[in-house]
Ligand binder design. Structure first.
Ligand code: NAP
Length: 284
């Protein structure tokens, strides 16, 4: 029911969108550009980033779209130097922590480095970037906005995606707490929990029946991006779609220990089919 709003008028003309090279992030970048907001796209340094930069720049020639190709899953946090250097000359008033990837399968069958890298990309990098830009917003007295693309995956136990669910729990809890602190500085924080969205997220993951089922009710990245921006500064936490709303409600009626016990009998039907485990390039 929230009407669209102009984020350039509300916050300013520079944004940083992580994971802006595809899916929800790319839709967010397009929406910002359509409102005249210049955007730094932070994503892996690959062909997708290049295409996104060229495509959005061509569509919105008066807006600056600057790519920053880094690996946010790098636990040595080398990405910060590049991001800081490239963004230092402008006032960033909109930060969207959206980058993420999903490692799915039997926990013991993927390398621990892959899990740690996903925790970094999905949660730790977001906290690091938020600390940097949020502190600058306060020092420069900028009316800003920090958004997190979290996920409904943490509302219930997430077997076969345990690190993903855990990373999103960290992100959402952090965002909720920050929202309270941020209010006194005039900075809006929004945490978003989309249900299944058609994107590249599942491209390299095993095909789970439950995911295939949810995909039938999937949203488009454009729908998600539109809703996220409608929420900015108006809603702190938003669950989008049936799955997010239903699983959040379940956790309000029953405690997590009970839900975990209930899920165990369904484990085999939820498990990935035995194939070669996916090779996710994002962790390299
Ligand atoms: N799709 C869903 O059903 C769904 C539901 C709930 C929440 N989400 C969340 O929504 C966010 C966006 O995902 P999406 O669905 O739009 O998937 P997507 O199309 O795969 O987009 C993910 C973005 O993150 C970037 N990225 C991945 N690993 C990275 C790394 N190590 N370093 C830097 N950038 C990296 C990707 O860059 P490359 O493409 O170059 O790898 C891409 O730009 C994620 O946080 C995801 O968890 C998605």
């Amino acid at each position: 029911m929230l009407k669209p709003q102009n984020l350039r008028e509300k916050y300013g003309n520079w944004a940083v969108v992580t994971g802006g090279s595809s899916g929800i992030g790319l839709a967010l970048v397009r929406l910002l550009a359509s409102q005249g907001v210049n955007v730094f796209i932070v994503a892996l340094d690959d062909a997708l980033l290049d295409e996104a930069q060229r495509g959005v720049s061509k569509q919105f020639p008066t807006v600056q779209i600057r790519p920053i190709g880094v690996n946010l899953g790098d636990k040595s946090e080398n990405y910060m130097k590049q991001i800081t250097e490239q963004t230092d000359e402008v006032d960033v008033s909109i930060l969207v922590n959206n980058a993420g990837f999903l490692v799915m399968g039997f926990f013991n069958e993927e390398s621990i480095d892959k899990y740690i890298s996903s925790l970094h990309c999905n949660a730790m990098a977001a906290i690091r970037l938020t600390h940097h830009f949020y502190s600058l917003m306060i020092t420069k007295k900028i009316k800003g906005c920090v958004m997190f693309t979290s996920s409904a995956a943490w509302f219930l136990p997430a077997p076969f995606a345990s690190s993903y669910g855990a990373s999103k729990a960290l992100l959402s809890h952090f965002g909720n707490s920050l929202a309270i602190e941020a209010q006194q500085h005039g900075i809006d924080v929004t945490i978003f929990h989309p249900s299944y969205t058609h994107s590249n997220l599942y491209r390299e993951t095993p095909k789970l029946d439950v995911v295939t089922f949810l995909s039938k009710f999937g949203w488009t990245p454009e729908q998600v991006a539109k809703r996220m921006f409608a929420c900015a500064g108006r809603v702190i936490v938003h669950d989008m779609g049936f799955y997010a709303i239903a699983t959040n409600l379940l956790g309000r009626f029953w405690d997590s220990a009970f839900l975990t016990t209930c899920i165990i009998p369904f484990r085999d039907s939820m498990a990935p089919k035995k194939t070669n485990s996916s090779q996710n390039k994002k962790t390299q």
